[in-house]
Design a protein around this ligand. Structure first.
Ligand code: HSE
Length: 311
């Protein structure tokens, strides 16, 4: 059996339009690289090669919390060394903590001989999300593990459903270089919604999922509206309305906050439109003298993958 694996763990867009906490997808870039190795020591070891200030205490690092949840379920005392080369900035809204926790459980599961399927790893990775944000949501970790669009139909019991998407749908992500902690952006949300908003949001989620499955771009576009999180969270993101307007004017099907922000994503029906939308979105931040990074990617269908196997 291999003693070490080198893996790629993709960024993810959660809260797709109206799908707050229940709809996410994986993208090809950016993504983290993690080397997971077995160790004979008494505790896990975390090595931060990216210098982003990852917690090195195994009880506070999302990756080792997720691994311990899996080891506890398995009844194993195995310890691991995790070396992170993170390309997904913490606090960027594109699943940085999810890439770490999902990647860590995936890699350690491989080294233990794959006792769990990818689907079965989701609850363990969610423990990492709970450590990062106080909420065990699955809309980043599930697409990171499974690839593609993923619907969290239910949290109790957990019911994760992979949704087929149109073959050529593309995503533009613009990350303005500010950091928003998911925990903070969850606290500002209301804990109740009106019946009117619930009806609007349910209609749009159903429309979006139907549009994705049937490849109906008009329906996807008509359904990309969030009346619950976006109106509150958009105040945290400078130039939000202008960036969204720029994406839609460039031809994107829809545009919304990626996860808890500050990244903003747009979906487009082809690569050229996605490049145009990304460029125009980035220009808005440049004009406001806010540094930003733009990522253009098809939807990543594979999720976390092995780069090389080391033994
Ligand atoms: N659904 C989560 C949220 C995603 O919006 O808080 C962020 O990790």
């Amino acid at each position: 059996m291999a003693e070490g694996v080198h893996i790629f763990s993709p960024a993810t867009v959660a809260n797709v339009g109206p799908g707050f906490d229940i709809l996410g997808f994986a993208i090809n870039r950016p993504g983290d690289e993690i080397l997971v190795e077995k160790t004979e020591g008494d505790d896990h070891i975390i090595v931060d090669r990216s210098g982003v200030g990852l917690p090195l205490d195994p009880e506070r690092n999302v990756a080792t919390v997720a691994i311990d949840s899996m080891l506890g379920h398995l009844g194993s005392r195995q310890k691991f060394q995790l070396t992170f080369l993170k390309k997904i900035a913490p606090g960027s809204g594109i699943g940085s903590s999810a890439a770490s926790s999902a990647g860590a459980v995936y890699g350690s599961n491989v080294l233990l001989g794959n006792p769990y399927t990818r689907e079965e790893l989701v609850p363990f990775a969610m423990k990492g999300e709970e450590t990062a944000s106080g909420s065990a949501h699955a809309d980043n970790v599930a697409p990171a593990l499974l690839g593609g669009f993923v619907l969290v139909r239910s949290y109790d019991p957990l019911d994760i459903i992979s949704i087929p998407g149109p073959e050529h749908i593309y995503c533009s992500v613009v990350y303005p270089e500010i950091s928003i902690a998911t925990e903070d952006s969850r606290k500002i949300l209301k804990t109740t919604v009106s019946l009117e908003k619930a009806i609007t949001q349910c209609g749009n989620v159903a429309g979006l999922v139907t549009g994705l499955i049937t490849g109906n771009f008009r329906l996807i576009s008509d359904s990309m509206h969030d009346v619950i999180a976006e109106p509150i969270r958009s105040f945290l993101i400078p130039e939000y309305d202008e960036v969204k307007k720029a994406a839609l004017e460039a031809g994107a099907l829809g545009c919304s906050i990626s996860g808890s922000g500050p990244s903003i994503f747009a979906l487009s029906k082809d690569e050229d439109t996605a490049h145009r939308a990304g460029t125009e979105m980035g220009k808005v931040f440049a004009t406001a003298e806010i540094g930003s990074s733009v990522f253009i990617s098809p939807v990543n269908k594979q999720g976390i993958r092995l780069l090389t196997k080391e033994s």
